[in-house]
Design a protein around this ligand. Structure first.
Ligand code: F6R
Length: 588
């Protein structure tokens, strides 16, 4: 995800900006930039790719007594990873960096365009700067406040402007921003890591706080307030994980923000919109093949249920490594969809090339812009999950399923605006539930294996829950359709068989409950996840009583992820780098 740095009152700001951005590299980025104010001008330097490209460009710039600056690393979500889309955005007299999402950016853009204001990037961020400059009439603080009053959504913002050249303006709502200080020098960053070593204490901005620094910090909420500076942590590694034990844990907690980003501008009150697609792309399409591997394949299986149900289009889901060698019959009335977090998975890529050779239309659901799969596919919907560091995929899976849900509704002309927003809420981690899972996990370390069971969309979730657990705990786990247990696997049932049952209130409740009863009767140890308490289960984790199965799906997804995490931690494993696995599988 994107990163922000800034500083004022120090002798050579460029050094902090670059070193700070380096500390944010671990968050992933595809372009970077800085804006520096010196005695002559406001200088904005940006580049695509790694920070060393930016450093090379900076070496060629002569700064004359620079005294403040802002910087940013960007992971493309709205618009390609180009220099124009990179931050800082430069206006007529200011420069601005932003993390988060401006939800009403299209309305603001429309309004300013009517006023004759030109936009040069494809980002939501540019509207903040243009709006600020539109409102500026000699009082930068007033214009900044007016801008904040008008924008909606999540943001962490730093703004510098030649019209008031001794101040850094800042604001925070929903995205993290920290102001740190040391001897009259002020530093900004979107997380602790860049600040460690430069400053000794920090004020962690609260939502709704804004203000400026000019020699001292001026902080406002409704009125001017006093900042509360606390000592900064000293451990950079832990700071990079935002204090979580593992990146995977951080990524599980991040899913709420990531899904908001994923659905921004797509899930609208008027229905689903994809800027990347047009209806004519789907003309002549009679059926869909989805090709993917691992977790992405599981998302594809959910997609089959949703697209067939909501759009009434037949869907086959294929494991890419099988599909590529089985000489499949591919017709031009088939839309070929590939799903991949990395965009580099060799098997998935090969099936995509195969489909293209046969003249099929191709669509990629992918998290990495400019990856091999994105370059190869006719069209791409970016997942907007940000970099995923944990080898076991969590937040990318969440965005894959959400994107498929939106695609199903887009194709079927169905509007589930509220249900989608409810599902996003459902992935917020309930800390007390996490604590309960942590406690429960100690009972699930022995035994001779796990079955995750579910029906309908909860069957692919069972497959994914089992995959997560086996990847990081090294305990054998299988996902099974609940109704299929009696056709063989139930022979394994005894107290040493652990069954995680995904019991939906909304889909085949009674039937799934009977399947759990059959396992209980054979003495299997059961952990049921449901909104409906059932007496017979050994352990029970309650979810909220929603009426939409996909809201249940997302809430259960988080629980299965946390369960895998806690079991693996108790086993003493390196959760982020499980043995024998790689994040990007570029070989067969
Ligand atoms: C599991 C996992 C893998 C990947 C698979 C496909 O946690 O991460 O199963 O899902 O290797 O990778 P992508 O999605 O990058 O094509």
């Amino acid at each position: 995800m994107c990163g922000i740095v800034g500083c004022i009152g120090i002798d050579y700001p460029v050094e902090y900006l670059i070193e700070g951005l380096k500390e944010l590299e671990y968050r992933g980025y595809d372009s970077a930039g800085i804006a520096v104010m010196d005695e002559e001008d406001l200088k904005v330097i940006k580049s695509v790719g790694k920070l060393k490209n930016l450093e090379e460009k900076i070496k060629k710039i002569k700064f004359k007594n620079p005294y403040m600056g802002i910087g940013h690393t960007r992971w493309a979500t709205h618009g390609k990873p180009t220099e124009l889309n990179a931050h800082p955005h430069k206006g007529q007299f200011g420069a601005l960096v932003h993390n988060g999402i401006i939800e009403n950016y299209q309305e603001i853009k429309k309004k300013l365009t009517k006023e004759g204001i030109e936009f040069i990037s494809q980002t939501d961020t540019e509207v903040i700067l243009r709006l600020f400059e539109y409102y500026y009439d000699g009082d930068a603080l007033k214009a900044f406040k007016r801008t904040l009053d008008e924008i909606e959504g999540a943001y962490a913002i730093l703004l510098i402007t030649k019209s008031d050249p001794d101040k850094i303006f800042f604001a925070k709502n929903g995205s993290p921003l920290i102001i740190a200080k040391n001897d009259g020098k002020f530093y900004f960053a979107s997380s602790d890591a860049p600040l460690i070593g430069y400053a000794n204490s920090a004020h962690y901005l609260e939502d709704g706080e804004w203000g400026f620094v000019e020699n001292k910090l001026h902080l406002f909420k409704e009125k001017e307030i006093i900042p509360s500076f606390k000592p900064l942590p000293t451990n950079k590694e832990s700071a990079k994980k935002d204090g979580f034990r593992f990146y995977m844990e951080k990524e599980i907690y991040e899913q709420f923000d990531v899904l908001r980003e994923n659905t921004l501008g797509r899930n609208t009150k008027e229905g689903i919109k994809f800027d990347e697609l047009n209806k004519s792309f789907f003309e002549g399409i009679d059926n869909i093949i989805i090709s993917a591997c691992g977790t992405s394949y599981h998302a594809g299986l959910v997609g089959k249920y949703l697209i067939e149900r909501n759009a009434k289009i037949r869907v086959n889901v294929e494991v890419a490594s099988e599909l590529r060698y089985r000489k499949p019959l591919l017709n031009k009335d088939t839309l070929f969809i590939v799903i991949s977090q990395s965009g580099e998975t060799a098997d998935t890529l090969e099936t995509l090339k195969m489909a293209k050779r046969k003249g099929l239309k191709t669509l990629a659901l992918c998290n990495v812009d400019n990856s091999s799969i994105v370059r190869e596919a006719d069209k791409t919907i970016l997942l907007r999950a940000g970099i995923e560091k944990g080898v076991a995929s969590t937040k990318a899976f969440a965005t894959q399923v959400m994107t498929l849900w939106m695609l199903a509704n887009y194709l079927g002309g169905i509007n589930e605006y509220d249900a989608i927003n409810e599902a996003i809420e459902a992935v917020k981690v309930d800390v007390s539930k996490h604590e309960k899972i942590k406690r429960l996990s100690k009972r699930y370390l022995h035994g001779h294996g796990f079955f995750f069971i579910g029906r309908d969309i909860f069957y692919p979730l069972a497959l994914e829950g089992a995959l997560k657990l086996k990847e990081i705990s090294y305990i054998h786990a299988e996902g099974y359709p609940a109704g299929e247990m009696k056709h063989g696997p139930i022979a394994l049932a005894d107290p040493g068989l652990f069954v995680v049952a995904l019991l939906s209130k909304n889909i085949l409740y009674e039937k799934t409950k009977s399947n759990i009863e059959e396992l209980v009767a054979r003495d299997a140890t059961t952990l049921t996840i449901s909104s409906e308490y059932i007496e017979m289960t050994d352990d029970f984790i309650k979810i909220s009583g929603t009426n939409h199965p996909l809201v249940e799906f997302f809430e259960m997804m988080v629980i299965t992820q946390l369960l895998a995490l806690e079991v693996a931690i108790r086993m003493g494993n390196d959760v982020d780098m499980p043995r024998n696995l790689a994040k990007s599988v570029t070989v067969e």
